[in-house]
Design a protein around this ligand. Structure first.
Ligand code: GLN
Ligand code: ZN
Length: 750
């Protein structure tokens, strides 16, 4: 901005490109099909297109309304590179330029990449900074400055965005020191960056400090506030103005101590309230940055007007728009009526612009009227409320979430299944080969008819079952070849959901997912997994697990309706799953696995909100599974996180067997579960499926020894960390062979 505060702004925009141009450029460069210059040109063209689009959509080009970030791959990685925070293990030998960036992001044969983990409570994965007591920081890379200059060349006076020092350190890991203690060394590097930006002509900088609104185990709020304040002061000392952005929940009670150190505050008003910061300019996040529903413009304008009584207010999004797809206009295939209720990133930018104009006294009446009509239409539309679904939920008996006591189930299941001690199994998916993907694409294009496609899938099931028998696994799976995605596949078979065609949202690096839209009451019109499981079971005498995705994970990886509590929606999904389980049982299936890899991901950032979340999420799982007969063995699977904070909830699921990611943390979870007195079946993963590396026999033996130390032999299962769909067959066969042999050695030892 130059003199006035921006009237409307967004806090960030999708970076992958409207047609995933950045993804294609990244992958072409990694394949060697694009050289460095070619990659930079493609990435820059994508950024320029986004800038032009934002101006067209109504953001001002001249007043720092438009944020620019630097990311090719990840914004936390950008901060790591900008401040020269080279991991200790790569110090002195990290290559410059793109080679160094990809080494950190992707690793190579010798060096592991930075760890990847979820950004706050989202499904976006960032690269975890790796620090130690010897870490030093300085302005090592000018990418953020370059982006500002690039935007200026395109006629946009932009607002550079960088992760703030408190959040950067809070989300880092460090050897021998608490990361936050490195703040004194890190903050001066922000001053260096700010000086360079000031010299380039920047006026505002956006510091993203979402850690301020989270409760973290290893760092206190007061420490975060002190570091965030120091970061803001450092940027201001270079003559720049600071927009402090928290997003991700309620900033009230967290940002007040920083009011004197920043020039404006961007807050989430969708999930939070306004902090008591007097007349400090606010960017009021009234447009939801993470969901896809059209904004109630009347309500938003009213909220803005009431805030305007205390000081300058501008219109913003509740978070960066990174978490929503680019453009609703690309969705030609979506039902017209549903489409009229939605807003993707571009439509949200227009909403921001419309609200800003209205706040300045020039409302676009037609736009407000259209929003009003759409919202009223949605509230009354058939399917949004389905009487049958609601009656069924309201009539649930008190014991609808209770199974028979575990001891009784366990005895019946042992008799029915007759498994050896330390049974071996996998998590569900087998490699999704090029042939399967190609067949799916041809089927989608109409080049392969249903019967021919089904035969390709059945052939794959035959191959997977034969392979598992040959390897000597005890409990088999069908391999999930029919599933494009573990949530979308379910959404496609449930009522109340819609799928998009181009609704890609970055998950990490070049990877994106297409979350389904859960718009109405959920039910399951007909069985859809039974055919596959029953076919697999017909090929073998060993038990084949039915394979379902759990209610919490289906919600976590979809865009969910915002007009009722999540717990109610979860219960509807649970009943749809219960129907599928009943049909699997009727088809003779003896084991059903209900995956909940996202259980930990949705855990609220604030402690006070956690008990309620854990209660409804556990309840929904229990509702989905409690109808199963005592002799049916219910498995669940958890991954992607460390689980120490949710051990109670894992126990509460009351699954007969829980498989859980454990190899990378060297069985850490075993200790937590043992301490808790967890007394049902447990399969801590004995090898990491995230890399093609085949685990050595010693390694498997050592992990199994740790597991047998903590877990009674009668409860222990042997399995990998997660599904195998991203792996190739070669390493999968070798790894599973090693797993079966290691289990045999361990059996002999117990
Ligand atoms: N059953 C799923 C699979 O094997 C589980 C995936 C997951 O946990 N993310 O692919
Ligand atoms: Zn998993």
């Amino acid at each position: 901005m130059t003199s006035t505060f921006p009237g409307g702004t967004i806090l960030g925009y999708p970076r992958i490109g409207r047609r995933r141009e950045l993804k294609r450029a990244l992958e072409a460069h990694w394949r060697g099909a694009l050289d460095d210059d070619g990659f930079h040109a493609a990435a820059a063209a994508n950024r320029r297109a986004d800038l032009a689009r934002l101006v067209t959509l109504g953001l001002r080009a001249d007043d720092a309304s438009i944020p620019v970030e630097a990311a090719h791959y990840d914004h936390v990685l950008d901060a790591t590179l900008t401040f020269g925070a080279v991991p200790p293990r790569l110090r002195g030998r990290l290559p410059g330029g793109l080679a160094g960036e990809w080494l950190l992001a992707r690793g190579d044969a010798e060096d592991a990449p930075l760890e990847m983990t979820k950004w706050l409570d989202t499904n976006y994965h960032y690269l975890v900074p790796e620090l130690d007591a010897g870490s030093t920081f300085s302005l090592a890379d000018r990418r953020i400055v370059d982006r500002f200059l690039e935007a200026r060349e395109a006629g946009v006076h932009a607002r550079p965005v960088v992760v703030g020092p408190a959040t950067y350190l809070a989300l880092a890991k460090a050897d021998g020191v608490r990361p936050i203690e490195l703040a004194e060394r890190l903050v001066p590097a922000y001053a260096e960056l700010a000086s360079a930006l000031a010299a380039a002509g920047a006026t505002w900088v956006q510091l993203d400090e979402p850690a301020l609104v989270a409760d973290l185990d290893h760092v206190a709020t007061a420490e975060l506030q002190a570091v965030a304040r120091a970061g803001a002061d450092a940027v201001r000392s270079a003559g720049l103005r600071v927009l402090l952005h928290t997003g991700h929940g309620d900033a009230a009670g967290r940002v007040e101590p920083l009011a004197a150190d920043v020039d404006a505050l961007a807050i989430d008003l969708v999930r939070g309230t306004a902090p008591a910061t007097g007349a400090l300019p606010l960017v009021a996040g009234v447009v939801h940055g993470r969901n896809v529903w059209r904004t109630d413009l009347d309500a938003a304008l009213e909220a803005l007007r009431s805030l305007a009584e205390r000081g300058p207010v501008s219109v913003g999004t509740s978070t960066s728009l990174l978490h929503v797809p680019h453009d609703l206009d690309a969705e030609g295939g979506l039902d017209e009526r549903l489409r009229s209720w939605l807003a993707f990133a571009d439509q949200k930018v227009e909403e921001v612009a419309a609200l800003a104009a209205a706040l300045e006294g020039a409302p676009d009446e037609a736009r407000f009227a259209a929003a009003r009509t759409a919202i009223a239409d949605r509230a009354a539309a058939p399917g949004v409320r389905d009487g049958a679904v609601r009656e069924r939920l309201a009539a649930l008996p008190a014991e609808a979430r209770e199974r028979a006591p575990y001891a009784e189930r366990d005895a019946l299941q042992r008799e029915r299944l007759d498994l050896p001690p330390l049974p071996t199994t996998t998590i569900g998916s087998f490699p999704q080969t090029g042939e399967i993907r190609a067949a799916r694409a041809r089927h989608a294009r109409g080049e392969l008819d249903d019967a021919a496609y089904a035969e390709v899938l059945r052939a794959e099931v035959r191959r997977v079952v034969a392979l598992q028998e040959e390897l000597g696994l005890d409990v088999l799976v069908h391999g999930e070849p029919e599933r494009n995605d573990m949530v979308q596949y379910f959404a496609e078979h449930f009522d109340g959901f819609a799928a998009t065609e181009h609704g890609w949202v970055q998950s990490y690096g070049s990877r994106a997912t297409r979350p389904s839209i859960l718009w109405g009451d959920v039910s399951r019109p007909a069985p859809f997994t039974v055919e596959w499981i029953a076919y697999a079971q017909s090929l073998t005498d060993r038990p084949v697990k039915g394979m379902l995705t759990g209610p919490v994970t289906i919600l976590a990886w979809s865009f969910v309706r915002d007009d009722q509590p999540l717990g109610e929606t979860a219960d509807q999904v649970a009943l749809a799953l219960a129907d599928e389980i009943a049909d699997l049982e009727a088809a003779g299936v003896s084991i059903v696995q209900v995956d909940e890899p996202a259980l930990r991901e949705l855990l609220p950032l604030r402690r006070e909100a956690r008990p309620d979340y854990l209660a409804w999420s556990v309840d929904a799982f229990r509702l989905a599974t409690a109808g199963a007969a005592p002799a049916t063995q219910i498995h669940t699977h958890l991954c992607y996180s460390e689980f120490n904070a949710v051990v109670d909830a894992i126990d509460g699921l009351d699954a007969d067997v829980t498989s859980i990611e454990a190899a990378r943390s060297r069985m850490e979870v075993v200790g937590a579960l043992t301490e808790h007195g967890f007394g049902r079946g447990i399969g801590p993963g004995v090898y990491d499926i995230h890399s093609p590396r085949v685990p050595g026999a010693d390694e498997l033996d050592a992990l199994l020894a740790t597991a047998t130390d903590g877990i009674p032999a009668g409860l222990l299962w042997v399995n990998p960390d997660c599904g195998l769909k991203t792996r190739g067959y070669e390493e999968t066969v070798a790894s599973l062979r090693g797993l079966v042999e290691a289990a045999a050695r361990a059996r002999a030892a117990v």
